[in-house]
Every structure is written in structure tokens, then in C-alpha cells.
Design a protein. Structure first.
Length: 765
């Protein structure tokens, strides 16, 4: 467990000297506030000692400010259930824990109150019980005193035992403190005071000390904005304002090349008894409960604290510019600066390891997330550049509009009752992203199962399809300790990008998706489309795992995260363009391959450059008219101004070899002079009504493409050279448009499309 480190604990502070009343009340009040906070958040501390209370920088010369460390040991161990040793210190164990010392030694909230009473007693004595008795002695003495006293407070018997063990120790405790300690050291937990009541008692006994607050006077009222900026930067520089949140500092510490595991192994703190393969259980059942070979999996754990070296981090942070450390959107806007940063040409993976760059980005996103949703526009703007890894989970939740109602919904879902999918989950989950260290852990397996069962329970119309576990994994990793948030993200993601993909019969949805996918491929790269068609290498053979899991089943998690960073900023059609970009990335191999070669290529997808995939997918997304991606089974999460087309069955879509375009999108292209319109209706119909600037070439079943080239070949070549869209206009049945568009695609012309609904769609506008 990694946490902020402080040099001085209460045990090693100057508390051994005669302490004044203010010092005792100050420590007691702060510690009671800490315990009350933990209890309100359903956390039993379980490990509360003088060593776990650390002293911060002093607010005044006499009264220190304290923090509690090691408070999470008991909580993260499943309340002592997940470990084979006692999480607790013998000198602070309550009677109910001592009674079950040889079993699990479970703690309750009132166990923390007992430990609080012991700590308060030690502060008043100026001596720790561990300095008086050893482990066996304290357990024996406490057990004996409990048997003799049976009920009531153990304070007076304990003080008598201390007097006998340390006759020279002067014991003088202020009466008001004695009454609190007595109520904390009640043998029966039901008779002990609560942390909330301790706070109330302390307020009555002695009002909270008013700490000195230093306010900076506003001496900059008459300064210009430019002078104010200089003043702020000088003030920050003088005060050496290099403080960052702990999670950011730990992330930067790792970027400096440090590794917790390597440091602890090199110091001999972590020792492997035997190879991991020898620690495997004999059998795993139900929720990944392990049986057999338990002794090999037992751990020797120490509660000692080891300071991780931070010299490299400090040195590196000192070289970071003050502008990166203290970036302000508002100040830049006030100064008329562009609210952007220059992106370097390096890949996203390199940028994520650049400390200067990450310091700036983390500072920006931490502010934007705190101001969400009021700064949502800024958040979207900055997310389009990249998303810092440490804030990816929160940013994704914001982009997916995950609300508090997801948290309430998750708590009401039954994830215990056995479901039809449980057996398949048992098989798939241990194999899910097994190269990732976190995803191989039993905790990840258990949580992934709970998350999937919760999602399936809340969507009774859906069933479990293989790959859903891979799709869920990124949300689990980013919100590992916040399952409701992971659930909300998964729910929102599927409803936007994979709407109805997980129906029991999803054939219509998948078939339509693949048909539109091939139409877009014909629009972008007609040669590759024609080659795959000749090989009869249809997308059913390779693309279903891509789109069913949004590429989670075929890409490693690191690349997938970057892919979804961009996907979440786009509408539900963007996945089509990612698939196209992957095909274009593999184009050279595919063009020169036969059927078996293509099968082998996709069975073991080669390493691909995610930067190139994202660049190309965004380019294709901008080049293809939005209506060309229309699917009748898509979600309502579409790009702004999207215009629908007429609904066609899968069989009807197969008769097309290029996408259809709406009249609205065609009108935009006409206004931008980016389209060649070829009207294939008979000349008489064309003369009655036609689009301005269109060419007329009547195309029939008896026409050949060679004849067409003689008439419209020059126009087609000009459009090809200028990378203009080529749109065929026909009557409502579109038969002639289908035929000539197929010929154009087969002969290598890109950007071919057909006006949906024919000329009638224009005439009715």
C-alpha cells in the first residue's frame, strides 16, 4: 500500500514530555474526527496505533495537525477475511477481538473506540503500553483483567497494572479526559461511546481551538491584468508552489523510472518463497474460491513503513516551468491568449511518458473535472488533443454522461442469484486480457463477474456474447474501486455504440453493420473492396469480433484506451471508420494475398500503429458524408445534423456496392463544389427536371461501361484527381444507378455514392 509519507509519528514525537491540556484535547479532537469520518464511510480502521498517527507541519508552535495512516489495512483485506493473519496491534486489541484471537479476530466500529481510548491513555501517561509489556505479556494481562472485571470500564484495573509494572511512572490524568477514556474502555462494545459522541463531549469540555489563519490582503486592486499575472507568478515562485495531489505525484514518480516492486525486492522486503507456479490451488469454484495448496500461498506481512526515494522526482519537478505547474484557463482568456497548447509530433505513447507535458495536462484536467459540467466545452476541447492516463476514468465518465442514478441503480441489482451466463463467465473471465497484471488477479476476476452479472440483470433483453468480458475490462480497470461508476460507464457505452448488439438474435444488427462497413470501404478504397469481393473474403470472417466488442477483443488494453479516447468524442458511426483504417493499414498485405493468406493475417492480427489508425479514421470520418453511415438499427447517438435514409433489408443492401447519400448532404457538397453529379435517367426525364450542374448519361441494362467511359470518362477522371464525390442520380428504383456504380467501383473509382430515394427525394423538398 502506497501513501504519503511523514517523518514524525505521534509515537516518536515529543509527547513523552509533560503534555499540556490543550495538546491532549487537540489530538483527541482531531483523532475523533478521523474515526468518525471513517465510520460514516463504513470503514472499520482495525489497525489504530500511536505509530499510525502522523504529524503534519505545525499550524501553530504548540498544537500539531495530525493525519492517520494505515487506516485501510483492515478494509482492503475484506475485514480480515482475505488474509491468514491478524490485522491489528496486540496493545490496542479490544476484548471482543482478543476473545477470537485464534480465529479471524474480526473488528467492529467499537473496536476502534477501544484503540482510541488506549491511545488517549498513552498520551496522558507519556508512555506507550508497548514500552511496558511485550506481546505475550499484554495479551495475558488484558485477558486476565477482562476475566476479573467482566463488565464496566477496564481503565482503573489497567492503571493499577501499569503502576505495578512501572512504579516510577507518574500517572496524572485530567478528570474530563478520564471520563472519556473510561467510556472508551468499556469491556462490552454496546456500552462504549461512539466517535460522534466523543466529538460532542470534547466540544462541551473545551471549545475547539481557533487556529491562526493568515489571509492574503488584496493589494492588487489597481494592477492591470498583465501586472497581476506577473505578481501571481512571482508569488508562486517565491513560495515554491510545487504541491500536487498525491495520485499525480505517484504517477510522475513512476514516470521517473521508479518501481515500488523493484525497490522492495532489492531491499529484501518482498521475498518469494517459491515460484508462482507452485502456489496454484488444486481447484477453483464458484466466485473464484481457491482450495488446496493453501500453505504455499500464505504471506509473511509486515506493518512497517518504508520510505520510497523521491530524489529523482523532486529534481525533475524543479525543472518544470511554473506555467505548466500553475496553468489557468481563465487567466489566459483574460489576457487574450489562445486557450490551447502546442502538441508535439511525437506519438501519444511518448507524450504519456513526458513529465513536463503530463504535469501541464494533469493540472488542466484536474481543474476541468472539478468544474464539470460548467466547463464541459473546455473539457471536450482538451480531450480532443489527448487525455492524461491518471484522469482517464473520470473523463470517460463525463464524456459518457454517467450520472448518480447509475450508482443508485447498481446498488439495487441482484448479482448473487445464479444466472444462465454464469457457467460461460467462469470459462471466459480467467482468459480476459490475461497479459494484464491487474486482470489476472482474483479480485479482478470476481469484480468482472459481478459487473457483468449486474449489466445483464439490468438488461433482460440482452444475453451474454463472448467478448463482452473484454469490452467490460477497460471500465473495470479505470474504476476498480468504484463498481457503480464502472457499471454506469459500461451501460452508457453499450447504449451509444453497441445498441442492440447483444440481443439473443442480433443477426439483423450485425449484418446491417457489416454491409454499411463494406459500402464505406468501397467509397474510400474501391480497389481493396473489389479484391476482397473477388476472394469472397467477407467481413463476417474477420470483423464481427471487431465491432461486437469495439475492438476490445483484438487490441491490447494500452492501445484500446487510446482508441476509445477518440471514440468517446464521436458518434456511434465512428467504429466503422476505425475498422476501415485497420483494413487500410493492412492494405499492402491484403491486396497481395489469397483467401488462406487473408484468413491467417486476421487470425493473428499484426502489431498496428494506433496513432496511424486514429489519424486515418478521423480523416475518413470527415471525408465520408454523414448519411452514408446510416443504419436503421443504430442508436440515437448521432452526429449533429445527421439526416436519415430510407430503411432497407440486409438482402437489399447487398445489391449496393457503394453507400447511399441523403439529399441534404448532397446539397452541402454542391454548395461547396465538391461533387460530380451524374444523372442516369432517360434524357426526356432529365430535361423535365434535373439538378443544376449535373451530367446526363442514360444508363440501361444494355449499356456497357466502355460506352459510358466514352461519354463521362473525362468527368470521372477529373473528379478522381480532385478527390470529389461522384454521385449517381436515378429514379426511385435506383436500378440503373446500382449497375453503373458497381462498374465504377470495380474499375477503381473511389468516392462513389447514390442519391437515396432518387430524384424524387430532391423534388419533394
Amino acid at each position: 500500500m502506497v501513501s504519503e509519507q511523514f517523518d514524525i509519528t505521534l509515537r516518536h514525537s515529543n509527547f513523552k514530555k509533560p503534555t499540556n491540556e490543550d495538546f491532549i484535547f487537540n489530538i483527541a479532537y482531531q483523532l475523533a474526527e478521523i474515526i468518525n469520518f471513517c465510520h460514516k464511510n463504513l470503514i472499520i480502521i482495525g489497525y489504530l496505533t500511536m505509530n499510525s498517527i502522523v504529524l503534519e507541519s505545525k499550524i501553530s508552535h504548540e498544537l500539531p495537525s495530525i493525519k492517520l495512516s494505515q487506516y485501510g489495512y483492515y478494509y482492503v483485506s475484506g475485514n480480515n477475511a482475505d488474509v491468514d493473519y491478524v490485522i491489528g496491534s496486540p496493545w490496542y486489541l479490544s476484548p471482543e477481538r482478543l476473545a477470537q484471537l485464534n480465529n479471524k479476530c474480526n473488528a467492529i466500529y467499537k473496536s476502534d473506540i477501544w484503540a482510541f481510548g488506549i491511545i488517549l491513555l498513552e498520551i496522558c501517561l507519556g508512555k506507550c503500553l508497548s514500552d511496558i509489556w511485550g506481546i505475550k505479556q499484554i495479551i495475558s494481562i488484558l485477558s486476565s483483567l477482562i476475566r476479573k472485571t467482566k463488565e464496566g470500564s477496564l481503565l482503573q484495573p489497567l492503571i493499577e497494572a501499569i503502576r505495578m509494572a512501572s512504579p516510577n511512572l507518574q500517572i496524572e490524568i485530567e478528570l474530563s479526559i478520564v471520563s472519556i477514556i473510561e467510556e472508551c474502555l468499556q469491556i462490552l462494545p454496546s456500552q462504549r461511546i461512539s466517535a460522534r459522541n466523543i466529538l460532542d463531549r470534547l466540544r462541551i469540555l473545551k471549545p475547539t481551538t481557533n487556529f491562526e489563519i493568515i489571509n492574503m490582503k488584496n493589494s492588487c486592486q489597481n494592477l492591470t491584468i498583465q501586472e497581476l499575472e506577473i505578481q501571481i507568478k512571482k508569488s508562486i515562485k517565491v513560495k515554491q508552489c510545487y504541491e500536487r495531489p498525491l495520485n499525480e505525484l505517484f504517477f510522475l514518480w513512476k514516470l521517473c523510472g521508479s518501481s515500488v516492486e523493484n525497490i522492495l525486492i532489492n531491499r529484501g522486503i518482498i521475498k518469494l518463497k517459491q515460484p508462482p507456479a507452485h502456489t496454484l490451488p488444486f481447484i477453483i469454484i464458484n466466485n473464484f474460491r481457491m482450495f488446496g495448496n493453501e500453505d504455499a500461498r500464505k504471506l509473511d506481512t509486515t506493518f512497517s513503513i518504508y520510505a520510497l526515494p523521491n530524489r529523482n522526482l523532486k529534481s525533475r519537478l524543479m525543472s518544470v516551468s511554473i506555467e505548466n505547474l500553475c496553468y489557468s484557463f481563465e487567466l489566459d482568456l483574460a489576457l487574450g491568449k489562445r486557450n490551447t497548447i502546442e502538441l508535439n509530433s511525437q506519438s501519444i505513447f511518448v507524450r504519456e511518458r513526458d513529465i513536463d507535458y503530463q504535469v501541464l495536462r494533469m493540472g488542466q484536467f484536474s481543474k476541468l473535472l472539478r468544474a464539470y459540467p460548467y466547463k464541459k466545452d473546455f473539457l471536450l476541447l482538451e480531450s480532443r488533443k489527448d487525455i492524461p492516463p491518471i484522469y482517464r476514468g473520470k473523463v470517460w465518465a463525463a464524456l459518457l454522461d454517467v450520472m448518480d442514478r447509475a450508482r443508485r441503480e447498481f446498488k439495487q441489482i441482484d448479482t448473487i442469484t445464479e444466472q444462465v451466463s454464469d457457467r460461460q463467465l467462469q470459462v471466459d473471465i480467467p482468459r480476459c486480457h490475461q497479459y494484464d497484471e491487474l486482470m489476472t488477479s482474483p479480485a479482478a476476476h470476481y469484480k468482472l463477474k459481478i459487473l457483468l452479472k449486474a449489466w445483464l440483470s439490468s438488461h433482460p433483453n440482452y444475453v451474454y456474447w463472448q467478448g463482452l468480458d473484454s469490452l467490460t475490462a477497460p471500465f473495470l480497470i479505470l474504476h476498480f474501486n468504484d463498481m457503480p461508476m464502472a457499471f454506469g460507464c459500461l451501460k452508457s457505452f453499450v447504449s451509444r455504440y453497441l445498441y442492440n448488439f447483444f440481443l439473443r438474435d442480433n443477426s439483423a444488427i450485425i449484418q446491417e453493420y457489416l454491409a454499411v462497413f463494406m459500402h464505406i470501404l468501397a467509397f474510400i478504397d474501391s480497389e481493396l473492396y473489389t479484391h476482397l469481393l473477388k476472394l469472397e473474403f467477407r467481413p463476417e470472417l474477420f470483423a464481427i469480433p471487431w465491432f461486437l466488442t469495439c475492438f476490445a477483443h483484438v487490441l491490447p488494453l494500452g492501445k484500446l484506451m487510446h482508441l476509445w479516447d477518440v471514440l468517446l468524442l464521436s458518434d456511434s458511426s465512428f467504429g466503422l471508420f476505425i475498422g476501415i483504417a485497420i483494413l487500410i493499414h493492412l492494405r499492402n498485405q491484403l491486396i497481395n494475398s489469397q483467401f488462406n493468406d487473408a484468413i491467417l493475417l486476421f487470425s493473428d492480427l499484426p502489431d498496428i500503429s494506433i496513432d496511424n489508425i486514429l489519424i486515418n479514421s478521423k480523416k475518413f470520418y470527415q471525408d465520408v458524408p454523414p448519411s452514408c453511415t446510416y443504419r436503421q438499427h443504430s442508436s440515437k447517438f448521432l452526429r449533429e445534423g445527421f439526416t436519415p435514409l430510407s430503411n432497407l433489408s440486409y438482402e437489399e443492401l447487398l445489391n449496393y456496392h457503394c453507400p447511399r447519400i441523403s439529399s441534404q448532404d448532397l446539397n452541402k457538397l454542391v454548395s461547396q463544389q465538391l461533387v460530380l453529379i451524374i444523372d442516369v435517367r432517360p434524357q426526356l426525364e432529365y430535361s423535365v427536371y434535373s439538378l443544376p450542374g449535373s451530367l446526363n448519361y442514360p444508363y440501361t441494362n444494355y449499356s456497357s461501361f466502355e460506352q459510358a467511359i466514352q461519354h463521362i470518362g473525362t468527368a470521372l477522371e477529373t473528379a478522381r484527381l480532385n478527390e470529389h464525390v461522384i454521385c449517381f442520380v436515378d429514379n426511385v428504383d435506383l436500378n440503373c444507378a446500382k449497375m453503373i456504380s458497381k462498374e465504377c467501383v470495380t474499375n477503381g473509382y473511389n468516392r462513389i455514392c447514390i442519391l437515396d430515394g432518387g430524384i424524387k427525394s430532391i423534388m419533394t423538398k
